[in-house]
Design a protein around this ligand. Structure first.
Ligand SMILES: NC(=O)c1ccc[n+]([C@@H]2O[C@H](COP(=O)([O-])OP(=O)(O)OC[C@H]3O[C@@H](n4cnc5c(N)ncnc54)[C@H](OP(=O)(O)O)[C@@H]3O)[C@@H](O)[C@H]2O)c1
Length: 308
């Protein structure tokens, strides 16, 4: 089996590559941006025709935290729209029979009650801080559904992961999501002997974070169980934590004993965001890492690479 991974050198993509290498028996194509620019439809189509992958795992995108999304709404909308359309339509035109599209739980309505089920897509207004990104994810998800509905021989399906963290994450504060940002801040406080670390908001917002190695495990599971995977399926833990708890467990992993202070003037996004895992559970898959295990592995990666 020949698998094309888009975004194969991003956090999710690298974890998928590592999991597929451990699984064995597959040929992986993971072109970097310099080799295949996904903004160029002609190049993507030519690549699909030339390599004829059996399966496309679409894990490329412009991805970032609240700050990056708020500062660059045009780029988050247009880049993700273009990449999604180009990859999915090129796969269709080249006759690729199986495609796994990575969406995001950001595409659920801001006011929807958790747990967020897959039927909630387009059921209400989106969270304003990442609306552009979410709109693009909704379009690619719907596009996959339309293609499979009109051409059932093409199985184009979407996983909707909750928030992710893990090895190969981005730790630069300008681009990082919550967990790598916490690791970076608490590590800096530990190294510099600072007495406290600032938390945006009161820290009571609840979030669900899955270790990216578990997403890769789900993709490997999908290799063998793609036929039974629902057309749109959440990937989640079925449990969440407050932002304050993520800071506390990170401090425990890093062995830092300072205090946390809250900046109530900063935006915090949705009050709670946890996905419904009913479909995932019925499909027969569940994540393996506890928060403590995942944070330990992620911090080791940070020490080995970012701080090396
Ligand atoms: N991270 C999360 O918390 C999270 C949560 C839910 C869903 N997801 C989804 O999972 C997928 C992967 O996310 P991630 O965290 O792995 O993001 P990431 O680390 O930023 O990786 C994204 C990858 O896409 C590539 N890419 C972007 N534009 C490209 C282009 N025009 N041509 C070629 N490559 C391009 C990037 O290449 P460069 O390195 O060259 O920029 C990068 O390798 C995304 O679809 C995201 O929406 C992520």
């Amino acid at each position: 089996m020949k698998i094309l991974i888009t975004g194969g050198h991003g956090m999710v993509g690298r974890n998928i590559q590592e999991a597929l290498a451990a699984h064995g028996g597959v040929q992986v194509l993971a072109p970097k941006r310099a080799e295949l620019d996904l903004f160029n439809f002609g190049s993507v189509l030519a690549y699909m025709h030339q390599h004829q992958p059996d399966w496309v795992v679409h894990a490329a995108g412009r991805v970032g935290g609240i700050q990056a999304n708020m500062a660059n709404p045009v780029e988050f909308l247009v880049e993700n729209l273009d990449i999604g359309r180009n990859v999915i339509m090129a796969a269709k035109q080249a006759g690729v029979r199986r495609l796994l599209n990575m969406a995001s739980s950001c595409m659920y309505p801001a006011q929807a009650e958790s747990p967020l089920s897959e039927q909630l897509v387009l059921a209400g207004a989106l969270e304003p801080t990442n609306e552009g990104y979410a709109l693009a994810k909704i379009v690619s998800t719907r596009l996959c559904e339309y293609i499979t509905r009109t051409q059932p021989e093409l199985q184009y399906k979407t996983m909707v992961p909750c928030n992710l963290y893990g090895r190969h994450d981005k730790f630069d504060p300008k681009h990082s999501h919550l967990i790598p940002a916490i690791i970076h801040k608490v590590h800096a406080a530990k190294m510099q002997g600072l007495p406290n670390v600032e938390i945006w908001g009161d820290g009571t917002a609840r979030r669900e974070f899955m270790y990216a190695g578990d997403v890769a495990d789900a993709v490997v599971y999908a290799l063998e169980h793609f036929d039974t995977m629902p057309a749109v399926m959440n990937l989640g833990l079925g449990q969440d934590h407050t932002v304050n708890e993520y800071y506390q467990v990170t401090a425990q992993v890093l062995g830092w004993r300072g205090e946390f202070v809250h900046d109530l003037s900063k935006p915090v996004g949705m009050k709670r965001k946890m996905v419904d895992v009913t479909r995932q559970t019925a499909w027969g898959w569940k994540p393996r890492h506890t928060l403590l295990d995942g944070l330990r592995k992620t911090y080791n990666f940070y020490l080995e690479t970012v701080q090396a």
